[in-house]
Ligand binder design. Structure first.
Ligand SMILES: Nc1ncnc2c1ncn2[C@@H]1O[C@H](COP(=O)(O)OP(=O)(O)OP(=O)(O)O)[C@@H](O)[C@H]1O
Ligand SMILES: NC(=O)c1ccc[n+]([C@@H]2O[C@H](COP(=O)(O)O)[C@@H](O)[C@H]2O)c1
Length: 171
């Protein structure tokens, strides 16, 4: 039995992430989705709580042909102990999937196999781009995420939240 770890902040989860996971499930029997920066929310970079992100991701994972775990991972002050922290919080995994240079570096140093998934239409499928579209009032962001993510963001008042937390006291 082969298990893969896919780490991201998923702020929000988008169709690029979904495309990566569809490829990962062809290579492993089970996937651990590591929900990074679980402590973060209500900022421009990290608008959604870990719980909200789980609610967004869960329906999208149901369509995948593999057992998936979603595990919240709070950040650690020391990068040197982060891999041990991740290992302590997750079921045992055999391979890590990430394109984040720091994540890759830390797992390679720990002797883990790391695979870098090819980028899937990065110019549009990007958390940063989607948050910018929401802030600009561009409704096109809804086509870049699974339907469950768009409706969850709507239900929690995520559009107004992102706009409000991105304001300065001069606005
Ligand atoms: N379009 C994409 N195709 C393939 N991999 C992607 C794509 N977008 C993000 N990833 C990868 O998925 C992992 C998790 O990404 P993350 O949650 O940071 O999304 P992001 O779109 O990069 O968000 P942000 O712009 O907020 O950093 C990272 O390894 C990232 O490189
Ligand atoms: N020291 C740490 O806590 C540490 C180190 C490396 C990555 N991470 C986390 O891993 C996640 C990587 O996800 P992204 O690729 O979405 O940035 C982020 O949440 C990041 O904060 C944390």
């Amino acid at each position: 039995m082969n298990r893969g770890l896919y780490i991201g902040r998923f702020q929000p989860y988008h169709l690029g992430h979904q495309a990566v996971l569809q490829k990962i499930v062809e290579e492993v029997d089970e996937v651990v989705v590591g929900l990074g920066s679980a402590q973060a929310s209500h900022t421009t970079e990290n608008p959604f709580t870990a719980g909200e992100r789980i609610s967004m991701i869960w329906p999208a994972l149901r369509g995948l042909d593999a057992t998936c775990y979603v595990i919240p991972l709070v950040d650690m002050e020391r990068n040197a102990v982060w891999v041990a922290h991740v290992e302590a919080m997750t079921p045992k995994f055999d391979v890590v999937y990430s394109n984040n240079p720091l994540v890759v570096q830390l797992f390679v140093e720990a002797g883990m196999e790391v695979r870098r998934p090819p980028m899937y239409r990065r110019e549009v499928y990007s958390g940063t781009a989607i948050r910018r579209m929401i802030l600009a009032g561009d409704e096109g962001w809804r086509r870049l995420v699974p339907p469950s993510v768009a409706s969850a963001i709507e239900e929690i008042g995520g559009i107004d939240r992102l706009k409000n937390v991105s304001r300065s006291d001069q606005d």
